[in-house]
Structures are given as structure tokens and as C-alpha cells.
Design a protein around this ligand. Structure first.
Ligand SMILES: *Cc1c(COP(=O)(O)O)cnc(C)c1O
Length: 396
């Protein structure tokens, strides 16, 4: 099997098998040093000069290009900043303005809640009679019709890992005259993408999951270059202005995706992300994907053989799955707590999903086998029944 193994690039605690890189990637070794450099050398010594001398102002575009390479988008079409929730809002608002005569936002019932909440909030703010439709994921393609202004989907389902067919759905949306927005939260760094080839109008995603940018890392947004000049930003911040330091009282958007910048960029977070992206140099997404599927298949086989009480929630066919494997188990929350106690870190998603991220940059076959053994032991011994594993924390 293909192994990637860049474990030495990461600072993972001894005795931990980390199966949660789909939610928060681990610490890249170079990140702390880079953050320290940004803080002490740039901020500390250069002070405000660093906006120019250390290239802080260009970070969103420069790092945007690095993300663009990973999602196969055109150079210059991605910028960084804010959180994914904000980028969803911006993309959705821009998409609706491109189709003023249509009122339907089409998503699916499996989408991550914040994407749906942002749509609901935007509908209220606009007060123009838009509606949000959320059919089951399998019915989305057939729900695309001439009423739909925008199709807004997350490619990989955060609970089950089910993968939407990006090329087919985008083509269908465009044939119906709708704008396409893809949320790549669980795709960037997980599966090979071809954003330039599929040509959705917008793509958004976060960088603290498979891209290992750290807690609070900035989000990204891509606008298809040909429509960028038509986009009228809802959050018309000064950093998205054509000339922020002209201090013009009137807003004029920057020519490209840069118009989706809002305010001051998170410089320290961007510098950490820059270091985290170095880990991907020399890695192809095709190799990552092959290793991810092989490791995931091994994991499913071992868990199913050792603990039939768990029921696979993810597609069995690797080609239909992102880079995570999930199981249904009624006592999933307690079981995950018991596993974390043993150094096997996965997470729980209500109502009953035990979720495990499969990240070939720092997981190998031995890790996967050992993790599966622990899972089966926790389930067979019912150690999860211990009262200390029952109390729900704020973050699950
Ligand atoms: C993780 C995730 C988010 C998180 O949004 P933030 O604003 O970064 O908290 C949003 N949407 C999807 C689909 C996600 O998977």
C-alpha cells in the first residue's frame, strides 16, 4: 500500500493515536517556531513596519495561492480570512445577487448546521422571500430545477463521510441556470479536487481540519475568475477595497477574489498556516487519497471483525467516502471518552456517531490496527459503562 508518513513533521504526544485530524489537525513541528518568529521578530522588532517589511498585507493572497494549488483552483482565485461561517455567508449572498429573479437556496439535510444557519440568517436579513430547501443528500440532484438560485452543498458529510459527486452536481446546477457553492471543509487536504475543472462559482473551506492550520485558523474562499468582477460583496470591508489606503469614503471592490477580504488579516494564524502547508510540499493528493482509502478499508475490516456491535455509518465503497470512517453505536459518546482515556482520539457527533478521521500524513497501518484493537476492547469489555465516561463536555 502507498504510505505517505510525514509523522516526523508533527508534534504528536507519545502514546496517542490521533484519529481526529478531520476536526482539528495536529501541531506541525515548524508551526511554533514560525509563530514565535512572527511574534518576536516581526511584530516585536518591526512593529507596524511589518505590514510591508514582513509581507503581512500579502499573506491572504500568498497563502490563498498555496490553498488554490491543493484544491486545483486558478492562482489568484483564493483568499484567506475570517471563519468558514462568514465565508459561507459571503458566498451565498453574492450568489443570490447573481440570480435576482430566483428565490430558492438548495442544500441538503446532511449539511453542517452552521451552513444552514447562515442561510436562514441571510434569508431574514434580505427579507425578499427566499426559501431554503434541504432534501436528503441522495435527492439533491433531482431537486435542482429552474427555481433554484443557488445550490450550496458540503462535499463530504461531516457525520458519515458520504461524498457528493462534485462534477455531476455542478454540471446539473449550471444546466439549470443555478449558481454552485461547494463547502470543502472536509475535502481540502482529504480528497483530490479539481475546482478549476468543475468550475463552481464559489468554493469555501476551513484550514484547521485536514490542513492542520491550528485552532482558529482562517477560512478560504474561491471565486471563479470570470465572475469575480460581477460579485458585489455583502461585507464590504476596507481590506476588500481596491485601494484600502486611499481611504476613499466610497467602496470600490478589489478586482479579484481579494474583494472577499473583510478586515485586518489574522497574521499570527496565517503564519502558522503557512508553516503547516509546508508539510504538503512534495505530496500528491492522489497518493494521499490512495493511502486514505487503503487505511480506511483496513480500519473498517478490523472494527467490523472485532466488534459487531458497531454499525458502519460511512459508505463501504471507498470511492464514495471522504477521509473519515464513522460507526453508529448507541453509547457512542461514552465509548469515545473511554477511547480518549486510552490515547485513541476520535470524536462523537450526535445522535450516535463515533467518528474517526483517517489522515495518511501521520497515520500508518500499525496505528490503524492498534486503534481498531482498542475500539474492540472498549466495546467488548463495556468499560465505557464507567460513570466517568457519561458526562457530556461542552465540545464533543
Ligand atoms: C467545520 C465546518 C464548519 C465550521 O465553520 P467555522 O465558521 O470555521 O466554525 C462549517 N461548515 C462545515 C461544512 C464544516 O465542516
Amino acid at each position: 500500500m502507498t504510505t505517505i508518513l510525514r509523522k516526523h513533521h508533527f508534534d504528536l504526544p507519545d502514546g496517542v493515536i490521533y484519529l481526529d485530524g478531520n476536526s482539528l489537525g495536529p501541531l506541525p513541528r515548524s508551526a511554533a517556531e514560525r509563530a514565535a518568529h512572527t511574534i518576536t521578530q516581526e511584530w516585536g522588532l518591526e512593529l507596524i513596519k511589518a505590514w510591508n517589511s514582513a509581507g503581512w498585507m500579502d499573506l491572504p493572497a500568498r497563502i490563498g495561492d498555496r490553498v488554490a494549488a491543493l484544491i486545483k483552483a486558478q492562482p489568484g482565485s483564493v483568499t484567506m480570512g475570517d471563519t468558514l461561517s462568514i465565508k459561507v455567508y459571503q458566498a451565498l449572498d453574492a450568489a443570490l445577487k447573481l440570480r435576482p429573479n430566483r428565490k430558492v437556496i438548495l442544500s441538503d439535510s446532511g449539511n453542517f448546521p452552521t451552513d444552514l444557519y447562515m442561510a436562514q440568517g441571510l434569508i431574514d436579513t434580505l427579507a425578499k422571500g427566499h426559501v431554503l430547501r434541504t432534501p436528503p443528500p441522495d435527492d439533491v440532484q433531482d431537486a435542482i430545477n429552474d427555481d433554484v438560485a443557488v445550490v450550496m452543498l458540503t462535499q463530504v458529510d461531516y457525520r458519515t463521510g458520504r461524498l457528493h459527486d462534485m462534477a455531476a452536481i455542478t454540471a446539473r446546477a449550471h444546466a439549470a441556470g443555478a449558481v454552485m457553492i461547494w463547502d470543502l471543509a472536509h475535502s481540502a487536504g482529504a480528497v483530490p479536487l479539481d475546482i478549476a475543472g468543475c468550475a463552481p462559482e464559489f468554493a469555501v473551506g476551513c484550514t484547521y481540519k485536514f490542513l492542520n492550520g491550528g485552532p482558529g485558523a482562517p477560512a478560504f474562499i474561491h471565486i471563479r475568475p470570470d465572475i469575480a468582477p460581477l460579485v458585489n460583496p455583502a461585507l464590504a470591508g476596507w481590506m476588500g477595497h481596491e485601494a484600502p489606503f486611499a481611504m476613499d469614503p466610497d467602496y470600490r471592490p478589489a478586482p479579484s477574489t481579494e474583494r472577499m477580504r473583510v478586515g485586518t488579516p489574522p497574521v499570527v494564524q496565517l503564519s502558522i498556516l503557512d508553516a503547516a502547508l509546508d508539510v504538503w510540499d512534495g505530496v500528491t493528493m492522489a497518493d494521499i487519497r490512495a493511502a486514505s482509502i487503503a487505511l480506511s478499508d483496513l480500519f473498517i475490516a478490523k472494527v467490523e471483525a472485532g466488534c459487531p456491535a458497531l454499525r458502519l455509518a460511512s459508505p463501504r465503497d471507498g470511492a464514495q467516502r471522504g477521509s473519515q470512517v464513522s460507526f453508529h453505536f448507541a453509547h457512542g459518546y461514552a465509548a469515545i471518552q473511554a477511547l480518549i482515556d486510552r490515547g485513541v482520539i476520535g470524536d462523537f457527533r450526535a445522535p450516535d456517531i463515533m467518528r474517526f478521521g483517517i489522515t495518511p500524513l501521520y497515520l500508518d497501518e500499525d496505528d490503524i490496527s492498534a486503534a481498531a484493537d482498542h475500539i474492540c476492547d472498549v466495546i467488548q469489555t463495556e468499560i465505557w459503562r464507567d460513570p466517568k465516561y457519561q458526562t457530556r463536555a461542552r465540545v464533543t
